[in-house]
Design a protein around this ligand. Structure first.
Ligand code: ATP
Length: 175
């Protein structure tokens, strides 16, 4: 299990492992796959929150859904009761299909969700907050204030460090 805060370098680290032939399974990708048109989780979301969330092409109106759950813990809980088990099942499926000696599950929410139970070892990609802000705001072309707000929502760095088996301090060059 590979995790870390926004802009810590999870993708940079897992891309490197992939070049060594290690199977990489990405929770963000799985989260999008399970709400693709035709998926049961999407139908359940439309049932629970309204069919107006389906765009003309049958895909999910993510912005409208975000507006419903933003700042509303009860609605967020109802949404996650649909999405989290579907994501977990998809991750299990992809991990089981891996043919490399071990597989890596990359997830920004590995420790915040039940996903960490799927991993035998947890690798934290750790970076000082100033670097997280710099790297993520440059990459996403967003303001450090927006990145700061996301960092504030994520599990504290110190807490993650306590729960990881291995820590890769990503404060130098990529090499
Ligand atoms: P998120 O959770 O937002 O998806 P992440 O943890 O996957 O982020 P990356 O996308 O890997 O983070 O890294 C953020 C940005 O910083 C990227 O543009 C990446 O190329 C760059 N980066 C990562 N590590 C380093 C490094 N050691 N030196 C320079 N740039 C880096």
């Amino acid at each position: 299990g590979l995790t870390g805060g926004i802009g810590s370098g999870k993708t940079a680290a897992s891309d490197h492992l992939a070049t060594h032939g290690i199977a990489v399974v990405d929770a963000d990708v799985a989260a999008r796959q399970v709400v693709a048109p035709g998926q049961p989780a999407l139908a359940r979301i439309a049932e629970m929150f309204g069919r107006q969330l389906l765009l003309a092409d049958g895909s999910l109106d993510r912005r409208a859904l975000r507006e419903i759950v933003f700042g509303n813990p009860e609605q967020l809980r109802r949404l996650e009761a649909i999405t989290h088990p579907a994501i977990e099942a998809e991750l299990q499926r992809q991990l089981q299909a891996a043919a490399s000696p071990y597989a890596v599950l990359v997830s920004p929410l590995l420790l915040e969700t039940r996903q960490h139970r799927m991993a035998q070892r947890i690798l934290l990609i750790d970076a000082p907050e100033t670097l997280q802000l710099e790297r993520a705001s440059q990459r996403d072309n967003s303001s450090p204030t927006q990145i700061q707000a996301i960092i504030a929502q994520q599990m504290a760095r110190a807490e993650k460090r306590k729960r990881a088996h291995d820590i890769l301090l990503n404060d130098g060059s990529l090499a």
